[in-house]
Write a protein that binds this ligand. Structure first.
Ligand SMILES: [Zn+2]
Ligand SMILES: [Zn+2]
Length: 192
């Protein structure tokens, strides 16, 4: 089920208000609504690739995105799947499984491996979602073509649907990230 995460303003531990409005207003004009998947980033092949890999990596580590991927060094609203805590984290820290305590007031660190192993049982090698997610390099290539076409036509609804195929929740998120990586290796994006 592809529920759309709703990016809401969050406060980090320093009380700084987060903003998802970093997308330049003089961009391609078709970014409306895409902040649910990419916060302040254009829906380029490069950004979508980074985001799909990030979504899979944090899923593997027991985190779920609560808003669009903002880049690795911008605070990202996330939920801790070990205990349910919500807050903001940098992907540059999350991807290295830092901090080891996850966050203040999480379960004791000794209980994390068991909790993560339990979460891992949900993972699937194939996507069985009703709205299929790309899990082969060929499907990824087709989905990127669909995104390019949607952008050309200014078809925001189509663009959002295709972004959801790359970045929406899926039990096969690891297979999807592997396919995105394989596509990236086969045809590196020429522009960002
Ligand atoms: Zn936690
Ligand atoms: Zn799926």
């Amino acid at each position: 089920m592809a529920t759309t995460p709703s990016p809401t303003p969050h406060h980090n531990e320093n009380g700084t208000r987060m903003s998802n409005d970093r997308t330049p207003g003089n961009g391609d004009g078709h970014t409306t609504g895409t902040s649910a998947y990419l916060a302040g980033l254009k829906p380029s092949v490069r950004n979508i690739t980074s985001a799909a890999i990030a979504v899979a990596r944090i899923d593997e580590l027991g985190w779920a995105p609560l808003g669009g991927y903002p880049g690795s060094d911008v605070l990202w609203p996330v939920r801790c799947l070990v205990c349910g805590w919500t807050g903001t984290r940098f992907y540059s820290h999350l991807r290295r499984a830092r901090p080891a305590i996850r966050h203040r007031e999480c379960l004791p660190q000794s209980e994390h491996p068991a909790a993560l192993a339990k979460l891992k049982e949900r993972a699937r090698s194939a996507c069985e979602c009703s709205a299929a997610h790309p899990t082969t390099a060929e499907q990824v290539a087709q989905a990127f073509e669909a995104i390019a076409e949607a952008q050309l036509r200014g078809d925001t609804a189509r663009l959002l649907a295709e972004l959801g195929r790359f970045l929406g929740p899926c039990p096969a998120t690891g297979a999807r990230a592997a396919a995105v990586t394989a596509h990236l290796t086969a045809s590196p994006p020429s522009k960002s």
